[in-house]
Design a binder for this molecule. Structure first.
Ligand code: NDP
Length: 295
């Protein structure tokens, strides 16, 4: 079998178009969704992410706010910036770019963001709301992965899922979202015994590990849907190449469908950040939420 390729790039473009359409409608009511991105320090990868986010925000017609702070910013100064953005009615989404310099406590900063503006979905209130099946801001990467799965498979009810990786930003919220879709969920991690055998049970296999090409084709159940969240940079013939956590060549021989890297989950993350900003804006203004852009 050769797997169907799940085209996250094309799907993300559709999500962004849907967001842009809704933003244009809101403009008619005098409402402009605004996303504020806070960047502390000079991390080159973070600078690229922030630049890309700014570009996409402008493309969908939202207002972008950027706060760049020096690497030696104190916790008190960063908290003051967050408080200012919390109070600003033009800002509906606040994202503090991770990782923060080592002297800053990321949990403290995230939990200082107004949960209603927490478009990353990392605030403890949103984690609790998601875990108890209530209306939450949902982390962007798992939300994007769920959108791809629902588009490809429709009803996910009763399906056997294995999520490999239990981070707070991907693995755990992914498991919660799929549980809410009535899947039977196994959350695997570095201490899981017989991981290949566990993975072979999965109708849906989600890899969020951070280890290049770890998951092999013979770990995949024939016909399964494979969502590869991993983004790893490796050197091949002196050139940097982007690969996932799944060995694409062998897995695509067995799976029914698979997301490529790049062009799979990656583009969905930023599309869902825009979708979350729009959702936050609608909720904060007491306006109807756009359909199909939330969990
Ligand atoms: P973390 O490093 O926070 O978590 C990795 C998880 O993988 C941990 O739970 C760890 O287990 C588990 N793990 C590590 N090694 C093994 C192993 N040998 N066997 C089984 N489990 C293992 O990573 P993230 O969740 O932040 O990211 C995961 C991947 O997703 C990365 O490649 C990252 O770049 C990518 N990513 C992609 C995004 C996108 O937009 N597409 C967004 C965010 C992340 P334990 O808890 O036991 O240590």
């Amino acid at each position: 079998m050769t797997a169907k390729v799940i085209d996250g790039k094309a799907f993300a473009a559709r999500v962004r178009a849907q967001v842009a359409e809704h933003v244009a409608r809101l403009a008619g009511q005098g409402v402009v969704p605004g996303l504020a991105v806070v960047l502390v320090g000079e991390d080159p990868a973070s600078q690229i992410y922030v630049r890309n986010k700014g570009k996409m925000v402008a493309e969908v017609g939202m207002a972008g706010f950027e706060r760049r702070l020096p690497a030696d910013t104190s916790e008190a100064d960063l908290m003051a910036v967050v408080a200012e953005l919390n109070a600003d009615p033009a800002v509906h989404g606040i994202l503090v770019q991770m990782p923060l310099p080592g002297h800053l406590n990321a949990d403290l900063v995230i939990n200082a963001i107004d949960p209603a503006k927490d478009v990353d979905g990392f605030h403890i209130s949103n984690v609790g709301l998601l875990g108890t099946g209530q209306k939450a801001m949902v982390p962007c990467t798992p939300l994007g992965s769920l959108m791809l799965l629902r588009d490809h498979l429709g009803d996910l009810s009763g399906l056997e899922v294995v999520v490999v990786g239990r981070s707070n930003i991907v693995g755990k919220p992914m498991a919660q979202l799929l549980l809410a879709q009535n899947c039977t969920v196994t959350l695997a991690h570095s201490r899981t015994r017989n991981l290949p055998e566990v993975c072979r049970r999965a109708d849906i296999l989600v890899a969020a590990v951070g280890r290049p090409r770890m998951i092999q084709g013979d770990w995949v159940k024939p016909g399964a849907t494979v969502i590869d969240v991993g983004i790893n940079r490796i050197e091949v013939d002196g050139k940097t190449k982007l690969v996932g956590d799944v060995d694409y060549a062998s897995a695509a021989e067995v799976a029914g469908a698979i997301t490529p890297v790049p062009g799979g989950v990656g583009p969905m993350t930023i599309a869902c950040l825009l979708a979350n900003t729009l959702t936050a804006c609608c909720r904060l203004n007491g306006l109807p939420e756009p359909a199909g852009l939330t969990a």
